[in-house]
Design a protein around this ligand. Structure first.
Ligand code: MEV
Length: 324
């Protein structure tokens, strides 16, 4: 587990960060409720070298037009000269699996290494600042998970404190949770979605008269789910996943394709729900032990893009050689 700083390294620098999968608490975390997420063993890699002008994947317009790239340069690169940046990723985009958080974290880590090294807590804060600056809304759940690796809670119970992320309206406490060692299945619906739009629509929904009660339900379900993960209680986790999905449906971020995938998963699933912003995106399933392959087949027949995932132990890190 890498909880240490990213060391100094002169350019060129290559960094990579994992994706993420939220098990409990998406959306509600934006409003201060607990979340549990783990880092995914799919990565985004960012290579940074001096260039004749700023570019991302050979596109010079990105320094003005790519919101995450532009914001990262503005917040984290202090006059060291133009940079040529290349980014490659195995994390499907728009799938709710943390592709933008991984890009932010890998770029922030690489820029930090080139400027004398950087503490991991500072990478977590800066990655959130970049993502929030580019997206306009959101919590630090995604960025903090891909910086920390493993399982983490935001504003929830945990084993050890990692760091506090400061926001304009609230702070978030981040804690490490021990990986229960289970295999999970994630399935992309193929329906892309925009996180910012989904966050804004749930925020609106939570402003209605039953909003506070709904938010309290989100918080209670996530807390119960986190306790169940820490106790390796699969039945408790499954029950909390189902209740979390009901709440996500109530606030309007499920989708017919998501519901079809959840129905398809049911015979082989202990627990299942959407993961990430919803309104498309992906589902996460806790499969019945030994039924992972049948589950993957069933989800593929239902038209999804399923894969078995093992949580990634390491968070963002430098790589000496480019990783394919
Ligand atoms: C998106 O992956 C998770 C949300 O809770 C938004 C956020 O926390 O920034 C929907």
């Amino acid at each position: 587990m890498t909880n240490g700083p990213v060391p100094p390294q002169p350019l060129p620098v290559v960094a990579r960060a994992p994706g993420k999968c939220i098990v409990f608490g998406e959306h509600a975390v934006v409003h201060g409720a607990p979340e549990l997420a783990f880092a995914l063993d799919l990565h985004t890699q960012v290579a940074v070298r001096p260039g004749a002008s700023f570019s991302l994947n050979a596109d010079p317009r990105a320094a003005e037009e790519h919101p995450y790239f532009r914001t990262a340069l503005a917040l984290r690169w202090s006059g060291g000269g133009p940079l040529e940046v290349r980014s490659t990723s195995r994390i499907p985009r728009g799938a709710g699996l943390g592709s933008s958080a991984a890009f932010c974290a890998a770029l922030v880590a690489a820029l930090g290494a080139a400027q004398g090294g950087v503490e991991r807590s500072a990478i977590a804060q800066a990655s959130y600042d970049v993502e929030k600056g580019a997206q306009g809304v959101g919590s630090p759940g995604d960025t903090t998970t891909v910086v920390a690796g493993g399982f983490v809670t935001v504003n929830g119970p945990g084993d050890t404190a990692l760091w506090t992320i400061r926001g304009s309206e609230r702070d978030w406490e981040v804690r490490r949770v021990v990986d229960p060692g289970w295999t999970w299945v994630v399935c992309h619906s193929g329906i892309p979605r925009a996180t910012g739009d989904a966050v804004r629509s749930v925020t609106q929904r939570l402003r209605s008269p039953d909003g506070p009660a709904l938010l309290a339900d989100f918080a209670r379900v996530a807390t119960e789910g986190i306790h169940a993960v820490r106790a390796s209680d699969r039945a408790g986790v499954a029950a909390a996943m189902h209740r979390n999905q009901e709440l996500l449906r109530t606030v309007g971020v499920s989708h017919p394709r998501i519901e079809a995938l959840l129905d398809a998963a049911a015979p082989e699933a202990e627990g299942a729900k959407l993961t990430g912003a919803g309104a498309g995106g992906s589902v996460v399933v806790l499969p019945k032990p030994g039924q992972e392959t049948d589950l993957v087949r069933r989800l593929a027949r239902a038209g999804g893009l399923p894969f078995v995932v093992v949580p990634a132990v390491e968070g963002v890190q430098l790589v000496s050689e480019p990783v394919p």
